[in-house]
Each structure stands twice: as structure tokens, then as C-alpha cells.
Design a protein around this ligand. Structure first.
Ligand code: DAH
Length: 507
């Protein structure tokens, strides 16, 4: 099974998997964005295909509301088709089972649960309210689905933080929802996935730090069997600062409550998973029931905390779990930036933690689901396997053969400096093409028949300075064997679409 990490760095082999970092972007200004991306192309790029064709309306109706389109619009029918599918609400779907398991660790009435919030949010909700700088890469049209300049398909459940802090229904909240990001194509990336957001706050004018610590102690008692590595101090002036509004005592108490809460979730999740398989790594927490020796106790489940950066928390961390031989990044979290709470009209004595977790990644591990596309399958060989409230091992019904097809083309425009860094085709006067635009076109044409896309090679012609790319498209259906005629037809359609939309020249 491939890695299910969202943040994998592409391997430095010739053939690289297209992959990129998610929101835990490095702190500005030291790093200028994820590596190996093609430079942003001007707006008209995808509009030519998706917005200015004669069939494209000047308004779009989505979920019962009509929105004017504009130069930012880049949503496509293949994306909007997912808008009301709500996998997280189908009781016997692995995404919903995973959601319920996590929810059970954050019970009401301390936490309110929100599972029906609209995926269409304003750019203010998705970015501004959380303190995203105006040049944050997450705002780019290459990364986010815009309905128009002011509305996006939420890219994360954090988009609801400010509104829920404002509503202040209870000390804490959970939001589970579908989120949307333009992205690479492979077995662990899909443009629609599900996240759960959680937050918990205290008014320190009403609750003492000792009371928070008491609750934390109880949480810690639940996770005694977990092996936790937490090497960093709670805050670090340069790398993970305490906010000026917080005392170190209060922030340390809230951080500890956050960490113990999430550790208890991880323990509950990973001990509910059935034995992955007999050849599981010896470090796997489930290997006790493997063929080795029944008298050998299961090694403890291991997790570790690593420092992170998010625009809306400080200090911030990521939690990783050691699962079948490698560290798997599970979630991001931290102490909510005080200005967000102030904007929510909470008193200045209020302090809160928050976290965000991807449900597909966890469900893939727990259920042993090898391909993210399977979550969307309506084939009852998939859907009938799962039972509400139970984590069961996915039984692969069949692995249908795949077919590889290469597509090689010259990008429009030249390259300024003969050096091809794997990044931009920054042609003098020529438009730059963003890799996600290429992926979007492949997705639109190939849909779920495309399993993954690899950059096979790239070079710049020494004389003409034109940039060439060759991608290897892996066509494979999860439900049937594809004929070579239909793959050929799809691939020809793809060539045509790339030519029309991006102005590439097929080689
Ligand atoms: N929204 C972040 C993402 O999608 C995840 C996250 C990180 C959520 C930290 C949080 C948080 O609430 O505190 O990558």
C-alpha cells in the first residue's frame, strides 16, 4: 500500500510522483512555497477551457444558490458533482465510521458536532478570518476551486472556525465536512476529501489553570499504554512562539490538554483497527496477533509531536503515528491565534486549542483501503463491505489491470535562462503553466479512470529554449478491465484538451 501522507516530498528520481505540501506551509518568509511546482500561470489559462466556452454560463447555481462567475471561476462539473455526496454522513461508509469514532472522544454537551455546513464559503471565511497572508500559496487559483472572486469551495474545515467561535454554543466544537483542493493525481490524492476540525476553549476569568490540568490528568490516564515522543519544549521563541496575550502557564496547560485529547483519539482509532496482515512490521501495534508468538506482548503504539506552522495557531504541532514501519503524519493543531477569538467577540481572557485531521488518510490505514478513489465507488462490492460502528479490513474484490500511456509536449513560451529547474516555464512573454492546471485537465478528461500521473521527464531545448514535459498517465478502473480502444480514445481526448486549454504542442 502506498504512503497515505499528504505532505510527501517528491522523490528525486527521474520519474517523480506529483505531490505537494498542504497547509502546514513553512513559516514565511524563509521558504517561498512548495518545491517542484510550475509557476502560476495567468488567470485566463483555465478560463479558456472552463469558463469562456460558449456553453459556460455567466452564473452558476450550486446547492440552491446562484453565483455570478468571473475571472476567478475555475470549478468544473466533475468537481461540483461531488457537492452533495456527503460521504461523511453515510452511516456505513468508512469515512463516516471514522468520523463517528473520533466524535465519540469529544462528546456533547462539551463539544457541539456540526456535520451539515455548506462547502461554499467566502474567501474571508476560508483565508482572511484565519490570518492567511495575501500571498499565501493556498489562495492561488492553481490550488483552490473558486466559484468567483469572493467564493470558494472550502479548502479546509478551519474555514468555519471564526463562525463557530462566534456562535459560542459550547466550550468546544467539531466540524466534519468535505473539502476541496486542486492537486496531484495518485492513489492518496483526490480533489475532494474530508476533514474534521475540533476546538476547545476556556475563559480563564472563570476557569483556573488547575481545573484545566485536572481534566488533562484524567485524559492522560486513558492513554497510559501509548508511547509518546515529545522532544520540543511547549514553546520556542523563534520556532514556535507563545502568543503575547498568553501566560506560559496557561498556554502550557492548554497545550497539554490538546495533546492528551488527541493522543486519546489516536489510541482509540488505532486499537480499533484489525490486524493489517500477517507480515506487518514488527513495530506495528497490531502485530501481536500475527503468526509470530502469541506470548509476545504487542509493542506499544508510538506517536510523536513535531513543531509545525499554521497561520491560525501559535504554537503549532503535527502529530505523527508510527504505523507499519514508518511515521505517518495524522493531523495539525495548535493554540488558536488570539485575534481570531477577539474577532469572534470572545473576552480577552479566552484561550482555545484547535486541530484539523484528514479522514481519508486515517480511514485508508484503519480499513486497509489502498486507493482513495474507492471511497467514491458505488459498486456494492465496496459499499456492502462496511458496517456502521465497525472497523473491518477491506477485502479487495479484484485488481483490474492498468494501462500506461505517455504524453509529451512543449509548453507554450520559451524559458528565459536555459536552466530547467523543474519549476517554471517562465518564458519571456510566454505564459507559465501550473502543474495543477495540467492535473485538472487530466482529471476532467480521465475522471476516476486515472490512477496516477507521474512526471517522467522534463528538459529545455538548448536552442529554442522551449520547455518539454512528459507525463506518464496510469489508466486503471477499480471496477472493470479497460479496453485498449477506450484508453486510446481517452488519451487522444486528453491530448486535444491539453492543446486547447493550455496551448501545448504535442511532441
Ligand atoms: N486546516 C489545516 C489544514 O488543512 C489543519 C489544521 C491545522 C487545523 C492546525 C487546525 C489547526 O485547526 O489548529 O492543513
Amino acid at each position: 500500500m502506498p504512503s497515505v501522507k499528504h505532505n510527501d516530498m517528491p522523490p528525486t528520481t527521474l520519474m517523480r510522483r506529483i505531490s505537494f505540501s498542504r497547509y502546514p506551509s513553512p513559516p514565511p518568509p524563509s521558504v517561498s512555497g512548495p518545491p517542484l511546482r510550475l509557476r502560476l500561470r495567468p488567470l485566463q489559462l483555465t478560463l479558456r477551457r472552463f469558463n469562456s466556452s460558449s456553453a459556460t454560463p455567466t452564473t452558476i447555481s450550486l446547492l440552491g444558490r446562484t453565483y455570478p462567475t468571473d475571472g476567478w471561476t475555475n470549478i468544473t462539473p466533475s468537481i461540483t458533482a461531488h457537492l452533495s455526496q456527503n460521504l461523511h454522513l453515510q452511516p456505513s461508509h468508512p469515512i463516516s465510521i471514522t468520523r463517528s469514532l473520533i466524535e465519540s472522544r469529544f462528546p456533547s454537551p462539551t463539544y457541539t458536532h456540526h456535520n451539515h455546513l455548506s462547502p461554499i464559503v467566502t474567501t474571508a471565511q476560508n483565508f482572511d478570518s484565519l490570518g492567511f497572508p495575501s500571498d499565501h500559496p493556498g489562495r492561488a487559483r492553481s490550488d483552490t476551486y473558486y466559484i468567483n472572486a469572493g467564493h470558494v469551495l472550502r479548502t479546509h474545515t478551519s474555514a468555519h472556525q471564526l463562525d463557530l467561535f462566534k456562535a459560542n454554543h459550547a466550550p468546544g466544537f467539531l466540524v466534519s465536512a468535505d473539502v476541496y483542493r486542486r492537486d496531484a493525481i495518485d492513489r492518496s490524492h483526490y480533489p475532494v476529501f474530508h476533514q474534521m476540525e475540533g476546538a476547545r476553549g476556556w475563559d480563564l476569568a472563570k476557569t483556573s489553570v488547575a481545573e484545566i490540568n485536572d481534566e488533562t490528568e484524567y485524559l492522560a490516564s486513558l492513554t497510559a499504554s501509548l508511547q509518546v515522543e515529545d522532544l520540543h519544549p511547549p514553546f520556542h521563541e523563534q520556532t514556535n512562539p507563545l502568543q503575547p496575550q498568553h501566560s506560559s502557564e496557561a498556554a502550557a496547560a492548554v497545550a497539554a490538554h490538546l495533546k492528551r485529547s488527541l493522543e486519546s483519539v489516536v489510541l482509540a482509532l488505532f486499537t480499533s483497527a484489525p490486524n493489517p496482515d500477517a507480515d506487518a512490521d514488527a513495530d506495528s501495534p497490531s502485530s501481536s496477533s500475527s503468526s509470530s508468538s502469541s506470548s509476545t506482548p504487542a509493542p506499544p503504539l508510538k506517536v510523536r509531536w513535531v513543531e509545525a506552522y499554521f497561520p491560525f495557531t501559535s504554537p503549532s504541532w503535527e502529530l505523527e503515528v508510527f504505523w507499519r514501519g514508518s511515521w505517518l503524519e495524522l493531523l495539525g493543531c495548535g493554540i488558536v491565534q488570539h485575534p481570531i477569538l477577539t474577532a469572534a467577540n470572545l473576552p480577552s481572557s479566552h484561550i482555545s486549542w484547535a486541530f484539523g485531521v484528514g479522514l481519508e488518510r486515517i480511514a485508508m490505514v484503519l480499513f486497509g483501503i489502498p486507493d482513495i478513489r474507492l471511497f467514491w465507488s458505488t459498486d456494492d462490492r465496496f459499499t456492502a463491505q462496511f458496517i456502521q460502528g465497525e472497523v473491518t479490513r477491506f477485502i479487495e474484490f479484484s485488481k483490474f489491470p492498468g494501462t500506461l500511456r505517455d504524453i509529451a509536449f512543449w509548453l507554450p513560451g520559451g524559458v528565459e535562462d536555459g536552466e530547467d529547474t523543474g519549476g517554471a516555464n517562465s518564458g519571456a512573454g510566454g505564459p507559465a503553466v501550473h502543474e495543477n492546471d495540467i492535473m485538472e485537465i487530466i482529471r476532467n478528461v480521465g475522471g476516476d479512470l486515472v490512477e496516477d500521473v507521474l512526471l517522467k521527464d522534463q528538459f529545455t531545448h538548448p536552442k529554442t529554449k522551449r520547455a518539454s514535459r512528459c507525463y506518464r498517465v496510469h489508466y486503471r478502473s477499480l471496477e472493470r478491465t479497460l479496453t485498449s480502444e477506450e484508453v486510446n480514445a481517452k488519451h487522444a481526448e486528453l491530448e486535444k484538451a491539453l492543446k486547447e486549454a493550455l496551448g501545448v504542442e504535442i511532441r
